[in-house]
Design a protein around this ligand. Structure first.
Ligand code: EPU
Length: 422
């Protein structure tokens, strides 16, 4: 897989871009496919062509489910049913979302054995909230030699009331998967409210589940004895949508974003509008005009939804370098998600990192350099940084971007960026 991009910046991006399906939504929907009864045939539309999908399909194959991806039509069809409750070292450690196969296999079989999930290196990512949910459903968890072994003390599982000490996205998804097939009515308190949770609940309800309140902090799930096939169209990727908003803003460009859902990104839109970017909406299209000369500084805190997404704060840090005055960026979701600041400094940007805050005094000009992306959003923020620099930047670690953005380079090209993949 190509891992290096060269970018010559200084060009305002201009044109139209279309948003693909959400990586984080499909990452929860594919584990849900394990819950479909034998003989099911699932069809999922608007699936993004990203490398994380290949990893999910490989995991599903290990379990006994065959996935076939029609890339041209962004459609994934799934057949077969769960025959295995163990995942190998080959695929699960590649992505964080493999932890959702814990909930999926527990729901359908009451047992699962797998290596620890992987994913982006963006600080501590424990699974204690997931394990406390399993405990409430009377599932024992044992960690041994880097493996997670879970076994239900009684199966079929019985409903439970769970309170999450933090509204974790993945833990809420695991709770939904388990509760959907557990006998009786379960309650999930302090649930995550992200649009991807709602999309998972819609998918499960279409399969026959009875989930009420998804998208709010209290979810009620009445378990059913079996679930049918998936027939679903994945929501657009709000993080890709925000990335292109930021790409127009950071290059003082102008364009239209098609296929996104602006309501999913109010926090980011409001931040940009308050700062001076002109944005309006018509017939589902987002019009961005960032041709103004200066921006007001930003003061933001990444929070659980509907707060500003942690995944967008690295991109807003690029934007902060263009703002006149001191911008403050805090991340209370992943408190250490500031690794990109070291790479920014190689590009001539000075910033002050204090615990979970980053302060940037602007305006400052990015200079071309050799930089390395270490996770998907840090790498995409470095692409934006390079688009702001005037000569050629070389970015390694581009494979992180390919995990979650379909045709990122091609889309930027079509907006006039000088970017090449090696
Ligand atoms: N946390 C715990 N214990 C747990 C679970 C989470 O302490 O058992 C903490 C985490 O360490 C973190 C916070 O809770 O500080 C939030 O983590 P959460 O569980 O909500 O995140 P996640 O489910 O692992 C998903 C997305 C991330 C996104 C976060 C937050 C997927 C596959 N990943 O991760 O997406 O940043 O929610 O919104 O859905 C990305 O797309 O770049 C990405 C990393």
């Amino acid at each position: 897989m190509s891992n290096v991009v060269k970018i010559k910046g200084g060009v305002p991006l201009i044109g139209d871009v279309t948003i693909n399906g959400s990586k984080n939504a499909i990452s929860a929907i594919l584990p849900a496919a394990c819950l479909a009864k034998p003989g099911s045939h699932s069809v999922i539309k608007n699936v993004p062509d990203i490398s994380d999908i290949e990893t999910h399909c490989a995991i599903l194959k290990e379990i006994g489910i065959t996935a076939s991806f029609d890339r041209e039509h962004h459609t994934l069809t799934l057949s077969g049913s769960v025959e295995q409750v163990s995942l190998s070292e080959t695929n699960a450690p590649k992505i964080r979302a493999s932890n959702l196969y814990l909930g999926a296999l527990l729901a359908i079989k009451g047992e699962v054995h797998m290596p620890f999930c992987g994913g982006d290196q963006i600080g501590d990512r424990p699974l204690d909230i997931h394990f406390s949910i399993f405990h409430k459903f009377k599932i024992n968890t044992e960690i041994k030699d880097g493996h997670i072994n879970c076994l239900a003390t009684e199966f079929p599982l019985k409903a439970a009331t769970v309170y999450l000490r933090y509204p974790s996205v993945g833990a809420t998804e695991n709770a939904l998967l388990i509760a959907s097939l557990a006998e009786g009515t379960s309650y999930i308190y302090n649930a995550a409210c992200e649009p991807e949770i709602t999309d998972l609940a819609i998918t499960l309800n279409n399969m026959g589940a009875q989930i009420h309140g998804a998208g709010t902090p209290i979810i009620r799930v009445t378990g059913v004895s079996e679930l049918g096939s998936i027939s679903h169209e994945v929501i657009p990727d709000r993080l890709e949508y925000c990335t292109f908003l930021m790409a127009f803003a950071c290059t003082h460009g102008k364009g239209r974003i098609l296929g996104g859902i602006p309501e999913h990104s109010i926090s980011v839109l409001q931040t940009l509008i308050d700062s001076g970017v002109s944005i309006h909406f018509e017939d589902g299209i987002t019009y961005v005009d960032a041709t103004c000369d200066t921006y007001n500084p930003i003061n933001i805190s990444a929070l659980p939804y509907p707060g500003l997404p942690t995944d967008v704060q690295p991109l807003l840090a690029v934007f902060a370098t263009l703002c006149k005055g001191t911008s403050v960026i805090q991340d209370s979701v992943f408190k250490n998600r500031f690794g990109y600041a070291k790479e920014f400094s190689k590009m001539g940007i000075s910033s002050l990192h204090l615990y979970d805050h980053l302060c940037i005094n602007g305006p400052q000009q990015f200079k071309a350099a050799h930089v390395k992306g270490t996770d998907i959003r840090a790498a995409s923020s470095l692409v934006l940084a390079a688009l702001c620099a005037t000569s050629e930047t070389t970015l390694t670690g581009y494979s992180h971007v390919a995990r979650g953005y379909e045709n990122f380079v091609r889309k930027l090209h079509s907006l006039g960026a000088h970017i090449d993949l090696y």
